[in-house]
Each structure stands twice: as C-alpha cells, then as structure tokens.
Design a protein around this ligand. Sequence first.
Ligand code: HEC
Length: 91
Amino acid sequence: MRILKIVVMALPLSLWGLVANAGGDAAAGKAAFEAGCGECHYEDDFSGESEADILAMIQSVKSGEVEHKGEAGGLSDADAANIAAFWASFK
Ligand code: HEC
C-alpha cells in the first residue's frame, strides 16, 4: 500500500505548493530519487525530519561538506528541493 500512501501524502503537499508557491515538488522528487538515490536510500530514510532540514542535509552532501558514498554532486537545486519534499512526505 506504499503507492496509495504516496498519492495521499503528495496531494496536499502539491496543493499547498500551488497556493504558497514554496517548497519542492514531491512527485518530481520521487522521480529524481528513483533515478539517483533509490539504489541506496529508502523513501522513508528521513522520516520525522522537516523538509527544510532534509534540504539542508542534501545541500551539504551536494557541496561535498558531508562525505557521502553516493553521487549527489550533480543534483540541481530544483532536484534537491524536490527530493527534500518527497522525503519529507514520509512521516
Ligand atoms: C551508493 C549509495 C548511495 C547513493 C546512490 C546515494 N546515497 Fe545518500 N547516503 C548513502 C550512505 C551510505 C549514507 C550514510 C552515510 C554517508 O553519509 O555516507 C548516505 C547519507 C545521505 C544523507 C545524509 C547526510 C547527513 O548529513 O547525514 C543525505 C542527505 C543523502 N545521503 C542524500 C542522497 C541523495 C539526495 C541521493 C541521490 C541524489 C543519494 N543520497 C544517493 C549512500 C548513497
């Protein structure tokens, strides 16, 4: 039932995104996650963390500030924000 949960969680997030025009796009983040991160990470790896905190962690991995096994340096800022929104949708 994971898929259903993703849809249910992502809908209010994307509606909120439309209204507030802030935060990443969780649906786009899911695609970016599956393309580049899913090999090593679970979708709920960062459950309980806020979107802002997750984004800050992704940025530090992206910049090389935090040592990281995976390839995250090539992520665009938009990808980073979208993956943060996706990860933050798992409570
Ligand atoms: C080859 C495996 C691998 C891939 C691919 C990978 N990761 Fe990771 N990632 C890890 C491991 C292992 C850790 C925990 C230890 C570490 O930091 O190396 C981690 C930790 C992290 C952390 C936490 C860093 C912190 O501050 O503690 C973030 C954020 C992260 N990964 C983001 C990503 C993103 C975004 C992607 C996709 C673009 C990605 N990772 C792809 C293996 C991977």
